[in-house]
Design a protein around this ligand. Sequence first.
Ligand SMILES: C[S@@+](CC[C@H](N)C(=O)[O-])C[C@H]1O[C@@H](n2cnc3c(N)ncnc32)[C@H](O)[C@@H]1O
Length: 258
Amino acid sequence: MPAKKRDYYYNKAKQMGYRSRASFKLQFINKKHHLIKNGDTVVDLGAAPGGWLQVAKELNGGGTVIGVDLQRIEPIEGVETIKGDMTAPETQAKIFELVDEVDTVICDAAPNLSGNWALDHARSIDLATVALEVATRLLKNGGHFVVKVFQGDLYDGYVKKVEKHFSYATTYKSQASREQSAEIYVIGKGFLTTSLRKGNVVDVTIDAMGKTGDGIAHVDDFVVFVKGGNVGDKLKVKIRDVKPSFAFGDIVEKEKSP
Ligand SMILES: C[S@@+](CC[C@H](N)C(=O)[O-])C[C@H]1O[C@@H](n2cnc3c(N)ncnc32)[C@H](O)[C@@H]1O
């Protein structure tokens, strides 16, 4: 980011009482991707000095906000903080003691920069991988996730890991990020607690009809809408799309009646 623009965000943060320029990044991300809403429970990993915590608190209007960092976070009214290493089981246990059904996990954690890009990239991916693991243990069905990563050769593999756990994954490069920096935010929307995934082929029986005329089948209590399916049909179905509460499938094969 040019010095002028950096100064602009720095001054704006000061004027608005935000602890860091990073606050604007979370505001931009949320404006576009709607990750935090009123009443949500939010966990922020790598939260010091607390700019994202301040914004999360504004966005969730009184819901629970928990911040974790290696550094001590100066108190923020209505925010609980934990001082510790987010990769350490004892720190994670402290988070799990405070909350279990979390709506959104946010992570702006960054490793100490060594100046060796490959190393910094690998460390950033390690932190982001831990953040994803913690998120998958905390998030409720349909919850959201955003994490900062430094781009590099491990980046694509990481995005694929995020994609596996969410209905939808995307990325965001904020205006408040340095233009040349390879930092990017990976976003997962609609955390999936079902084991069904796009591309799975499953055997189902249509047991009801939906309002729009699709057949309805259940896979371990999870609803799958099947276009062209009729009550009683025994079908092999390929999953086309998975949402937190239901999936869509296409008929691959229909069992012939005897
Ligand atoms: C860019 S700052 C976060 C800024 C914050 N989002 C804000 O708006 O104020 C990155 C933070 O990640 C933290 N961090 C890095 N590794 C960590 C770890 N293993 N556990 C906890 N925090 C970590 C650092 O201490 C640092 O405070």
